[in-house]
Design a protein around this ligand. Structure first.
Ligand code: AHR
Length: 502
């Protein structure tokens, strides 16, 4: 087999930062079949006494998702959280103007918190800064986090939840820069309401951490100016600024598609610069970190979504069926985020079940894994520890929108406690395998325990309820000799090389 060559050096001391587990977060919105028919399907043979599908919870546990953003998304900008608590029979049906569907409110805050507990995840709760404001936001914090002895904490207790949830991470609205958002605002309007909401939310519970909305994507006309203005208003009150980005291979140009993670990298660097510009302007000692709280591939379902009947309940919206090339880009995006572990502390794969998701369900049927399930699972399970800063020399190529795209996209994570070192790598080459030589110098006594490979001859191959032809195997040929790891990374492949001290 013809092959390219790439070299890499890994040193224990070349540390970027300890990885915050919240970078392996995900997202459940009241949208499509994410909640109803996804996590919740009473009557399904796998449903527990709460109506939660056990097969779905098992898959979420396989992904080891530590944090789930909820309840939206665009949905949250029209949501009255009070509609979703108390006796289910008394909850109102509402028009959800964001997705033009009907929301039954059968699932609300307490039900979702229960589900998250069963899935071993914390919740990243978003408040509505579209139609609502600081009052609803502070009341929700009181309802969720205050122990007792006040109206909303006692209301929670009367709803059967004695102990406060102590939700740590909160989003101040969603995509408020987007004209499609219910209650869309200018940067100054949003900056002011976000700062005031943040202030009182923290007066209720000073232990919470807050995410201010950044731009909905890097191509928004207001990008950069939006972040600067919002942070100017909110700097002293928040811990994070958010980023959102979705990609698609609309022109069927694979070389260019797989290079889109370079754009993501640039986006992250730009937001860090803007945050640090405001830090300098304010002579502040505080550093604002990044929450990439919506990211994924999203484009396959765009056309079919135009045919959804308005005001239906839980229709199949945003049900992208992912192919093999999407899994490769998702792998590149994960590697890119790990390279920023010093500033990027939260990320949410959008979303988790049925809606642009790694997990799909059939009504009254099975749950199955999309192609993108695997790179996400591998990084979440094996990517805990310290993100290392690898020195890489790789062949490069040019594509329609990018120059000098490295054929090898790679990074490594060192788990000091478990004495494990994991290399994540994508070979972007369309034609040839990539011979990797990785010098692991001061990792003495480390041996290869596994070389997982996700590869497929057909870039457009998808999984389905009927079968999962896109699945990883462990027949990769990584080996180690005298501190030098060698491996053949097949053309267009996702690789996980796991080493441990013997
Ligand atoms: O994740 C789907 C939608 O994408 C979210 O509701 C919104 O925030 C974004 O535009």
């Amino acid at each position: 087999m013809a092959s390219n060559k790439a070299k890499m050096i890994l040193e224990k001391d070349f540390k970027i930062a300890e990885i915050d587990k919240r970078v392996y977060g995900s997202f459940i919105e009241h949208l499509g079949r994410a909640v109803y028919g996804g996590i919740y399907e009473p009557g399904h043979p796998q449903a527990d006494e709460n109506g939660f599908r056990q097969d779905v919870i098992e898959m979420v546990k396989e992904l080891q998702v530590p944090l789930v953003r909820y309840p939206g998304g665009n949905f949250v900008s029209g949501y009255n959280w009070e509609d979703g608590v108390g006796p289910v029979a008394e909850r109102p049906r509402r028009l959800d103007l964001a997705w033009r569907t009907t929301e039954t409110n059968e699932i609300g805050t307490n039900e979702f918190m229960k589900w998250a507990e069963l899935a071993n995840a914390e919740v990243n709760m978003a408040v509505n800064l579209g139609t609502r404001g600081i009052d609803a936001a502070r009341n929700l914090v009181e309802y969720c986090n205050h122990p007792s002895g006040s109206y909303y904490s006692d209301l929670r207790i009367s709803h059967g939840v004695k102990d406060p949830y102590k939700i740590k991470t909160w989003c101040l609205g969603n995509e408020m820069d987007g004209p499609w958002q219910i209650g869309h605002k200018t940067a100054a309007e949003y900056g002011r309401i976000a700062a005031e909401a943040a202030k009182v939310m923290k007066w209720v519970d000073p232990t919470i951490e807050l995410v201010a909305c950044g731009s909905s994507n890097r191509n928004m006309p207001t990008f950069a100016e939006w972040e600067a203005t919002v942070l100017d208003h909110t700097y002293d009150h928040v811990e994070f600024i958010s980023l959102h980005q979705y990609y698609g291979n609309r022109d069927n140009d694979v070389a260019n598609y797989l290079a889109l993670s370079l754009e993501m990298d640039d986006f992250i660097k730009s937001v860090i610069s803007i945050a640090d510009y405001i830090k300098a302007k304010k002579r502040s000692k505080k550093k604002i970190n990044l929450a990439f709280d919506e990211w994924n591939v999203w484009y396959h379902s765009n056309e079919q979504d135009k045919k959804i009947e308005p005001w239906s309940i839980a229709p199949p919206q945003l049900e992208d069926i992912y192919n093999f090339e999407d899994a490769l880009l998702v792998g590149c995006m994960l590697i890119t985020m790990l390279k920023h572990a010093d500033r990027l502390k939260i990320a949410c794969l959008a979303q988790l079940v049925n809606v642009i998701a790694p997990i799909m369900t059939e009504e009254n049927g099975t749950a199955w894994k999309q192609t993108i399930f695997y790179p996400f699972m591998h990084t979440s399970v094996f990517g805990r520890g310290v993100a290392l800063n690898p020195i890489i020399s790789s062949p490069k190529y040019d594509s329609k929108d990018f120059t000098d795209v490295p054929v090898l996209e790679s990074t490594a994570v060192y788990n000091e406690e478990k004495e494990e070192l994991t290399i994540f790598a994508v070979n972007r080459d369309l034609e040839e395998g990539l011979h990797l030589e990785c010098d692991i110098r001061n990792f003495e006594g480390y041996q290869v325990i596994e070389h997982i490979v996700l590869e497929n001859d057909d870039l457009k191959k998808t999984n389905s309820a009927q079968g999962t032809p896109v699945e990883p195997h462990t027949n990769g040929n990584a080996a180690i000799d005298g501190g030098l790891v060698t491996a053949m990374l097949p053309k267009l492949s996702w690789n996980v090389i796991r080493l441990a001290k013997k």
